[in-house]
Design a binder for this molecule. Structure first.
Ligand SMILES: [Zn+2]
Ligand SMILES: [Zn+2]
Length: 171
């Protein structure tokens, strides 16, 4: 059973009948939002501006969300704050559609769920850290060094390298 999201669906049908330049802003906020089956954002907020233009309805969106990620050094679960802005045109018909191919739906309701997910994922850091000075994992035993020092001696020289060093020193 998947939990049902509040849909990111907005009635913009009436904007079609307004004169170009007419704008409507809408904001929303959810403590939790399921972006994908296995991806739930926290503190998901958005400010949307829908503007009637000659070609369609322009959406200017500013989204914020806290996305669960994994620290690239210690591999612990962590959270990344994501701030995403995008502009997309929902064209009135195919003659004015953009590369995104978005068209104002016939029922006048624009659903931004897919766009929101795509842009938030695009803007999620690819190299998140649990903290700026994360100590990472010990390369020898794999211990998470944020939780304490292990007994390995990272300074110890690999015996094979030591031999090589001796050879080089002899020359
Ligand atoms: Zn870390
Ligand atoms: Zn170690």
């Amino acid at each position: 059973m998947s939990k049902k999201n509040h849909p990111l669906r907005f009635n913009v049908g009436y904007i079609i009948h307004e004169t170009p330049g007419y704008a409507k802003d809408i904001s929303f906020e959810f403590p939790f939002y399921e972006l994908d089956e296995d991806l739930t954002a926290k503190d998901f907020k958005g400010e949307l501006l829908f503007t009637r233009t000659q070609k369609g309805i322009l959406l200017e969106a500013h989204l914020w969300a806290v996305i669960p990620t994994e620290c690239i050094r210690c591999l612990d679960a962590t959270l990344s704050e994501v701030d995403s802005r995008f502009t997309e045109l929902y064209a009135f018909d195919h003659r004015t559609e953009t590369e995104s191919g978005l068209i104002v739906p016939e029922d006048g309701y624009i659903d931004i769920t897919d766009l929101a997910r795509e842009y938030l994922l695009l803007d999620t850091p690819t190299t998140p850290l649990c903290k700026p000075d994360c100590a990472g994992l010990c390369p020898i035993c794999g211990e998470n060094l944020n939780h304490g020092q292990c007994d390995c001696e990272p300074e110890a020289i690999d015996p094979r390298l030591a031999k090589l060093k001796d050879l080089l020193d002899d020359e």
